[in-house]
Design a protein around this ligand. Structure first.
Ligand code: HT7
Ligand code: ZN
Length: 876
């Protein structure tokens, strides 16, 4: 396939100043008329051919300035429209009619039907499935859109911007005209038409402008959108307070649809959401669902400035809008909730998804230089590592200069299609700092490793750090340059207080941050009266791995005393990881794992420490996942042995702390009305973490069965169901609870996704047959991404023992399923397939089985470009 390269970027020969679209909607035959006001650039020679992008299009007619074009003047294929000799005048209007079949569009890109609702998804290259266009983000145009449909089946007609006209037509039809005054790229175009309920509200901006807010959902589900509406208003306020950014149209609409490839889409003034990230109430959604809704509503809203008003020059710059907007939504959630808890959750996600991506065959820079399929670059690296890079800029500059830089970015580039260079430049200008070495974070793939050895000289009262950085080789990048790594740190004295180092190497250390820039550094801290304990990479100031010999005693000290809560969590998690890796080795060597009593006691102390918020205690007590442990072991992974090792540690903690855990569990009063706020969610998280330990300690399902029966909210109900299904499958109460859940929620697909996921993640070799059987369940469908992710996605990425079976049956089933999904929805198939990216780290038997399954896909006929790209890079 074709490879796109960043160095080939060239502005277009023509611009499209105004785009008028007319949609006559019909399920099988929608007619789209596009009128494009085209201007030839002054630098473009007259007669230069005009080539517009298309994708599976049927061209009905082409006119220029009201005249049909003779056959010889143009060529229309499903993939492009070429005007061989456009008019030589500087401006002309091109009128194109295309015919679409939304009902058979299973790709969920372009115009499609989701449960009878017409909707669109245009990012990154879906607009070309609607009409021929210069479908690239640097072509900004003003859109006026007329939508016509039968009033009965589509009483709601929406597009971007403000509605300027509407009316009735003969034959039971009606129409609406929407105008968006802000020039935008085609990927931000959106249209929705259907029979939907609406939750209405309003927001008055800080300068007094009234904005009508609407959230459109399936009829009867309006009340389930109240949390999303509240999150939207909080986001609007936050962006005004923190960045001085106000909303700019009279209307802001959100539509929830049930078939969607990703979480949501920031179309100007008309966000379209996966309904999973809009609909929530206490009986159907968990605390994690509420937190996700808050974060994604904020994310899409924040795109209005970082993405829409300032967009990307080309798709290589995707992190310009995504990394920055993720950073903004992370900060929003940190302000709404507990900052430390939010940061720990972010780091867990980064380590679970981005680190393996960066350390495997799909590694790529935050700003890639080439791609074959842009859909495959909506990655954890672009989004999450991209956000970490912005966070480091703030760490290096400090909050005030960072805000000054953001202000300059907005002021200078409003209305532009910008680049990462533009972004870095504003921060260099406001701070006078040279960020050229820092910008390697955008260009160099791979997770840097920082090796640190510490020594204390009591005679000289000097504490010395020898530091060495390295970046491992990644595909097509073998030699790496040293990066600028800002490591926040603390030196902790025996009383647990931070020591203020009196004299240091000033060039390298500033404001509690060691700035590593060379391959090797030696940093001396003078006047240190006794050996300090080093707390390094506080708050996870840099997305790196740290290799440092720290004694268990020092780590236990940090877990108890670090003034940085993130540091406490990190120390404990390092101790758990080390214990689990040792236990894994013991299991592999046919020995019984033994664990350090101090660590087991520390878990009990943290659980009981009421000075700590419950959400933190819950996170601290959560052992690294089996996938986390596998990553730490690194090679020759045997998931079955990892499972045994993890269960052994869980049992050891549970057995020694059972009494204390039971006391805390019983004392936590969960009465009173449900509240989705962070404090209440934290209490439920701690209680449910303890419920798992206590069920292990008790060795029976009593507590979980009782909680399943009595729980009045979905968080507690689904937590109890997971424990029953995962730990007590033999107990009749487990099967009964699963049946009960299905009876109660069988007609609610989003809730049933929890039922699929819980069963898909039951560990053990029976998983493959169980998951296969569930694909035949009446509520399951391979064409709905949420169902597929709940069952197939969870199975392949969250069930290590069930998926990575020695006989390869898990991989073969997965390969067959992916091939089937690929026929209808290539994007979804390609994304799922990334679950195989770490196959080379498996032990030899499983590794070979995984290679065979990947080869089945690679050698199949008619594999999509999306899937082929992932599989070929994975196998390379
Ligand atoms: N900017 C949006 C990305 C997106 C998307 C990309 C490809 C295919 C479908 C998609 N749906 C949404 C979402 C975001 O990051 O805000
Ligand atoms: Zn985004």
């Amino acid at each position: 396939g074709q490879v796109f390269r960043i160095e080939d970027y060239r502005p277009t020969d023509y611009i499209i100043s105004h785009t008028r679209l007319d949609f006559i909607l019909s399920p099988h035959e929608t007619v789209v008329t596009a009128e494009l006001d085209i201007q030839r650039r002054a630098s473009t020679p007259a007669g230069t051919p005009l080539v517009l992008d298309g994708d599976e299009l049927e061209c009905v007619s082409v006119e220029i300035d009201g005249e049909s074009l003779p056959e010889a003047a143009f060529e229309a294929t499903p993939q492009k429209l070429t005007l061989h000799e456009p008019p030589s005048k500087a401006k002309f209007t091109l009128r194109i009619v295309t015919r679409l079949d939304p009902s058979s569009n299973s790709t969920l890109m372009g115009l499609y039907l989701s449960s009878g609702v017409y909707c669109t998804q245009c990012e990154p290259e879906g607009f070309r499935r609607i009409t021929y266009f210069l479908d690239r983000p640097d072509v900004l145009s003003i859109y006026t859109v007329r939508v016509e449909a039968p009033e009965q089946t589509a009483p709601v007609l929406l597009a971007n911007g403000n509605m300027i006209e509407s009316g009735k037509l003969d034959g039971g039809k009606h129409y609406a005209v929407w105008h968006d005054p802000f020039p935008k790229p085609s990927y931000l175009f959106a249209l929705v038409a259907g029979d939907l309920g609406m939750l209405r509200d309003e927001f008055v901006t800080s300068s007094g402008h009234k904005v009508d807010l609407g959230i459109y959902v399936e009829h009867g589900k309006e009340s389930r959108a109240t949390y999303a509406m509240d999150a939207l208003k909080r986001s609007m306020k936050w962006d005004e307070e923190v960045y001085g950014l106000e909303y700019d149209l009279d209307v802001f609409n959100i539509v929830a649809v049930s078939d969607f490839n990703m979480g949501a889409m920031e179309n100007k003034g008309l966000n379209i959401f996966n309904d999973k990230y809009v609909l929530a109430d206490e009986t159907t959604a968990t605390d994690a669902d509420f937190a996700n809704i808050e974060a994604i509503i904020a994310h899409e809203y924040f795109h209005n400035w970082t993405g829409n008003r300032i967009t990307c020059r080309d798709w290589f710059q995707l992190c310009l809008k995504e990394g920055l907007t993720v950073f903004r939504d992370h900060e929003f959630s940190a302000d709404q909730r507990s900052r430390a808890v939010k940061r720990i959750a972010e780091v867990r996600t980064l380590r679970a998804h981005q680190f393996p991506e960066d350390q495997g065959p799909l590694a790529h820079p935050v700003r890639p230089r080439r791609y074959r399929e842009i859909n495959n670059f909506y990655t954890s690296t672009v989004y999450e590592k991209g956000s970490e890079v912005v966070r480091m800029i703030r760490t290096i500059l400090g909050p005030d200069k960072f805000r000054e830089g953001m202000d300059l970015y907005i002021q200078r580039h409003d209305g532009d299609a910008a680049t990462i260079e533009d972004f870095i430049k504003v921060f260099e200008e406001v701070s006078g700092t040279d960020l050229s070495q820092f910008s390697l974070w955008y260009h160099q793939a791979g997770t840097p490793n920082v090796a640190i050895s510490a020594s204390y000289d009591p005679a000289k009262q000097t504490f010395t750090l020898d530091i060495e950085q390295s970046v491992p080789p990644t595909p097509s990048e073998t030699r790496k340059r040293p990066m600028h790594i800002p490591l926040a740190f603390g030196l902790i004295g025996p009383d647990g207080g931070d020591i203020k180092p009196s004299a240091t190497d000033g060039a390298t250390v500033a404001n509690g941050v060691i700035h590593i820039k060379k391959r090797k550094h030696t940093v001396h801290f003078h006047g240190i009266a006794s050996r300090p304990v080093l707390s390094i990479n506080r708050g996870f100031s840099a997305p790196v791995t740290i290799a440092m010999e720290q004694s268990a005693e020092d780590l236990l000290f940090l877990a108890r005393k670090d003034s940085d809560l993130f540091g406490r969590w990190q120390a404990l998690s390092l101790l758990f990881t080390e214990a689990l890796v040792q236990a894994f080795r013991a299991v592999r060597g046919q020995k019984t794992p033994v664990f350090d009593e101090g660590l087991i006691r520390a878990a009990g102390e943290i659980a009981a420490d009421t000075a700590l918020e419950p959400a933190f205690r819950a996170l601290a007590l959560t052992l690294p996942s089996e996938a986390d442990i596998a990553r730490d072991i690194g090679a020759n992974i045997d998931p079955a042995a990892i499972h045994i090792a993890r269960e052994a540690l869980l049992k050891a903690i549970a057995a020694s702390n059972a009494e204390g855990f039971a006391e805390i569990f019983d004392a936590m009063n969960l009465e009173g009305p449900f509240r989705p706020d962070a404090d209440s969610a934290g209490q439920r998280a701690l209680r449910n973490t303890l419920l798992d330990y206590l069920s292990v300690a008790d060795g029976n399902a009593d507590r979980a069965a009782t909680q399943y029966r009595t729980a009045s909210n979905m968080t507690d109900k689904s937590a109890a169901l997971a424990i029953l299904a995962h730990r007590f499958a033999e107990d009749q109460r487990s099967a009964d609870a699963l049946a009960d859940f299905e009876r109660k929620f069988g007609s609610d697909p989003l809730v049933m996704d929890k039922w699929y996921q819980i069963q898909a993640t039951i560990p053990g070799t029976a998983a493959v047959d169980r998951v296969k059987a569930l694909t035949q369940h009446k509520g399951f469908s391979l064409s709905n991404p949420n169902r597929v992710r709940a069952l197939i996605g969870s199975y392949s990425s969250m069930n290590q023992t069930g998926f990575h079976q020695e006989d390869g049956s898990g991989y073969r089933f997965f390969a067959e399923t992916i091939l089937q999904i690929d026929k209808g929805n290539p994007q979804l198939a390609a994304r799922l397939a990334t679950a195989m990216r770490s196959w080379r780290s498996l032990e030899p038997v499983r590794r070979e089985a995984a290679r065979e399954a990947l080869t089945i896909i690679a050698t199949s006929k008619n594999v999509s470009t999306d899937l082929r790209d992932i599989i070929e890079r994975t196998l390379a």
